[in-house]
Write a protein that binds this ligand. Structure first.
Ligand SMILES: C[S@@+](CC[C@H](N)C(=O)[O-])C[C@H]1O[C@@H](n2cnc3c(N)ncnc32)[C@H](O)[C@@H]1O
Length: 371
């Protein structure tokens, strides 16, 4: 374990206040105002810690852009609408969307781009990426959705955003569901601990989905109350203003209750690491439970589309055709790179199956493309 500045802060907090819920630990590791992982760096690309789909190829953003234009038209082409991206990284996805949207000038006339981004460093990168786009309505940024003025219909997108929201782990013990906490052992080392607070009183118990039945001892269920809150807020907004939400992330559809189990992982330089290895220096992330996300949205009376695999979504939007067009005037080397990027996005052993896509709409009559 490396003794990072954030490790010292967390250790002191645990000494002062007692064991820390896992979600609080993850929230500090990623979002601590001074030492949080996303607050101090641009982690993307080969030289960074991981690579996301928009950074692999422009084709990803082009397909999402085509989906947005189609959905906007199916909503009746409102003359003003908000295109909200949650957690936009370097701004590459939004930039590719706005570039491809040049084919539909009315869309660009109507769009009010808004990005919710907690990292000041990444917000700067996003401003830089978007400055090439001469939009009628200047893009806006907020650090949370509470400060966005939702006065028009809304299209929300988020790629690998949900997996960055702090998660809790609940474990089924012989005394019922327990919540995992971080404590310090006699060697001053961080340890996970699941004994100290059973869930009878906790709101986390309410977060356990109805589909959970007959748990076995040791079964782990991951739940993110922050994810629930953001889903809830955005669903209320689309029900009020009209619109859709598109989430793309890695995760699973669970046929049984506990298919996911413990999926929390730390990532550094494209390798997995221990979640306590270097607090604030490693990315922490987990697999999204898409069945739970869908069930929750259904209970809030929106229409749920999917989840489908990223491969099926991008293929049905025409990514293979787009790759062929890009290759027409490409050199042999560039052509090979396009094939490799395409394979990375839709290959079954690559992101194609692991990543899922789900959408929620306020209007039951909209037949969304891609699902
Ligand atoms: C894994 S990155 C994905 C970036 C981008 N969507 C992409 O695909 O390249 C997660 C992004 O969400 C942002 N983020 C994480 N938690 C957030 C929160 N609670 N509020 C706003 N942004 C957040 C991070 O700063 C980062 O930009």
């Amino acid at each position: 374990m490396s003794d990072t500045p954030l490790a010292k802060i967390i250790r002191q907090k645990i000494k002062d206040e007692g064991p820390m819920p896992l979600s609080e630990y993850m929230g500090l590791c990623l979002g601590h105002s001074k030492h949080g992982y996303y607050m101090t760096r641009d982690p993307f690309g080969q030289a960074g810690d991981f690579i996301t789909a928009p950074e692999i190829s422009q084709m990803f953003g082009e397909m999402v852009g085509a989906w947005l234009m189609d959905t906007w038209q199916k909503m009746g082409s409102p003359s003003d609408f908000i295109l909200l991206e949650m957690g936009a990284g370097r701004g590459t996805l939004m930039s590719d969307i706005l570039r491809v949207a040049k084919v539909l000038p009315a869309f660009l006339e109507a769009v009010h781009v808004h990005i919710v981004e907690m990292s000041p460093i990444l917000q700067k990168a996003q401003e830089y990426s978007l400055q090439v786009h001469d939009l009628k309505n200047a893009p806006q940024w907020s650090s949370c959705i509470e400060s966005v003025d939702f006065n028009f219909p809304v299209l929300v997108i988020g790629n690998e955003f949900l997996d960055a929201l702090p998660v809790d782990q609940l474990v089924f013990t012989d005394a019922g569901w327990a919540r995992k906490f971080v404590k310090i052992d006699e060697n001053d080392t961080f340890r996970l601990y699941e004994e100290c607070e059973y869930l009878g009183r906790s709101q986390l118990e309410k977060a356990l989905p109805q589909t959970l039945f007959k748990p076995n001892l040791g079964d782990v269920f991951e739940v993110s109350l922050e994810q629930r809150k953001i889903s809830d807020d955005l669903i209320k907004i689309i029900l009020k203003q009209g619109g859709s939400i598109l989430w793309i992330d890695y995760g699973f559809k669970s046929a049984g209750a506990y298919q996911g189990g413990d999926t929390l992982q730390a990532v550094k330089k494209h390798q997995f690491s221990d979640i306590f290895a270097a607090p604030g220096e490693n990315d922490l992330t987990y697999h999204i439970n898409f069945s739970d996300l869908a069930d929750y949205a259904l209970s809030k009376n929106v229409v749920v589309h999917g989840p489908v695999s990223q491969s099926d979504y991008l293929t049905s939007l025409g990514i293979e055709h787009r790759a062929e067009i890009l290759k027409r005037h490409a050199t042999k080397g560039v052509s090979c790179s396009i094939d490799a990027e395409l394979n990375r996005l839709i290959g079954k052993d690559e992101m194609g199956d692991l990543f899922k896509v789900i959408a929620f709409t306020s209007d039951p009559n909209i037949d969304l493309a891609g699902f």
